[in-house]
Ligand binder design. Structure first.
Ligand code: ASP
Length: 430
């Protein structure tokens, strides 16, 4: 109940920021450099900045700790054997399909394709002074961009990577360190304990940020509409529509087709059985909070063997986030569009890879995808401050993408249960 209340609060914060921002824009005639309007502009600007900075503050420790822990914990997969590799394979497949769908809808609808002047004022409202922050995104050929990014992932100095927030290099270093940690478990145990603790603290930190989000979102949203006015609504609505369309196609078409291909059973029957966990995911915006409901439904109502669901679902809640992956690819391309940057095929491929990684790295809690989107933004040279542009609709989209995240996990449990049913000596018909 408390979590639903938080979402209402977030909604109130956003809508009041939107209304106040538009009113101030109208009353001031967009002239915010004198008198009371100047004071208000500063208040909104700095209050909004505090929240965006707090979000950015979480990125480096969150990426490092969550990727390191995900890999260190994966070692148990070897013990689980066949189910483990099937599950990981299925998760990689659905994540790739989700990002692919995100790229298709965002390129078709092009929500970020706005008038240059509107793009400039949106960018300025976020406090981003430069037009293009990384010329390499626009100029180089596809192959070169990919090679540059891949080779550039290896940090010459990990400390520098952490200090300069080079998220791709941090990912490389985290994976490298975690693989070595698995090889020498005794020696690495103290470090793994520390990282586990950092992981837990940062997750709690993100939860705390979400608690104060309603207050700060008033300013983040207000400052954008104060500067840009009501015209800022249209691209945002188009963007939200694009994400929702992509999520719907993935949830109602792609995943059902996969179920049918792998099991030859009616996918929509499973969907109807999943109503309670999906609504819980929508209401809480947290796959972790929904996990107990998902497990109970699949075991008791659908008849999935606990041997399968106990492994597939917790792992899925951690690393399989179809909705988040899709949303991140759409959001980054939307932001690039607003900033007037045309992304080449190579840059979109980088987004494909990094959005999949970023979704895997996202914790199963509200707002986590927003934080790990920093990975994708920095991979294509976009400034992290640009996330301010999409904050007005993020809480709402979080609810829908979480529902799709949970639906993706459930389809995995169902499909793997079917394929393992003989080996596991099951007697229930699923
Ligand atoms: N809220 C999502 C989840 O728990 C993660 C995200 O922010 O995308 O699944």
């Amino acid at each position: 109940m408390k979590k639903i209340a938080l979402h209402w609060k977030i909604l109130i914060g956003i809508i009041s920021g939107l209304v106040v921002g538009i009113l101030l824009n109208v009353v001031s005639g967009g002239q915010l450099d004198h008198g009371i309007f100047y004071v208000l502009k500063l208040v909104f600007h700095y209050m909004g900045d505090i929240f965006v900075r707090l979000l950015k503050m979480m990125v480096v420790p969150l990426v490092f700790a969550s990727i390191y822990m995900a890999i260190v914990n994966l070692k148990s997969i070897k013990e689980i054997g066949k189910i483990g590799s099937k599950t990981i394979g299925y998760y990689l497949l659905t994540t790739a399909l989700a990002v692919g769908m995100g790229l298709i809808v965002v390129n078709l609808i092009q929500p970020g394709n706005v008038d240059g002047a509107l793009g400039d004022s949106l960018r300025e409202a976020m406090g981003i002074p430069e037009k293009v922050t990384n010329a390499s995104v626009g100029d180089k050929g596809s192959v070169e961009i990919i090679l540059d990014t891949l080779v550039g992932m290896i940090p010459k100095n990990p400390i520098e990577a952490f200090a300069t927030m080079n998220v791709l290099q941090i990912i490389f270093f985290s994976i490298f360190l975690a693989l070595i940690a698995i090889a020498i478990p005794k020696k690495s145990a103290p470090l793994s304990n520390v990282v586990e603790s950092i992981d837990a603290l940062i997750q709690k930190g993100v939860a705390v940020l979400m608690k104060v989000a309603p207050f700060f979102l008033f300013f983040v949203v207000g400052r954008m509409f104060m500067k840009v006015g009501v015209v800022a609504l249209l691209p945002l609505i188009k963007y939200a529509f694009t994400v929702l369309l992509g999520l719907s196609v993935h949830g109602f078409v792609t995943l059902p087709i996969l179920i049918w291909l792998f099991t030859r059973k009616n996918p929509y029957k499973l969907l109807s059985q999943m109503i309670t966990p999906l609504l819980t995911a929508w209401a809480t915006a947290s796959s972790a909070a929904t996990l107990p409901v998902t497990m109970k439904t699949l075991q008791d109502d659908v008849g999935v063997n606990p041997k399968v669901s106990n492994f597939v679902l917790p792992l899925g809640a951690t690393i399989n986030m179809d909705g988040t992956a899709l949303y991140e690819s759409v959001a980054v391309i939307f932001i690039a569009g607003i900033m007037g940057i045309e992304l080449t095929v190579g840059a979109q491929l980088i987004i494909f890879i990094t959005a999949s990684l970023a979704a895997m790295g996202a914790a199963a809690i509200p707002g986590a995808g927003l934080v790990t989107m920093g990975i994708v933004l920095s991979a294509v040279g976009l400034p992290l401050d640009a996330i301010g542009m999409i904050l007005a609709v993020d809480a709402l989209l979080d609810q829908f993408r979480t529902a799709i995240n949970v639906w993706g996990d459930a389809t995995a449990a169902y499909v793997i249960n079917q394929s393992e049913s003989k080996c596991l000596d099951m007697n229930k018909d699923v």
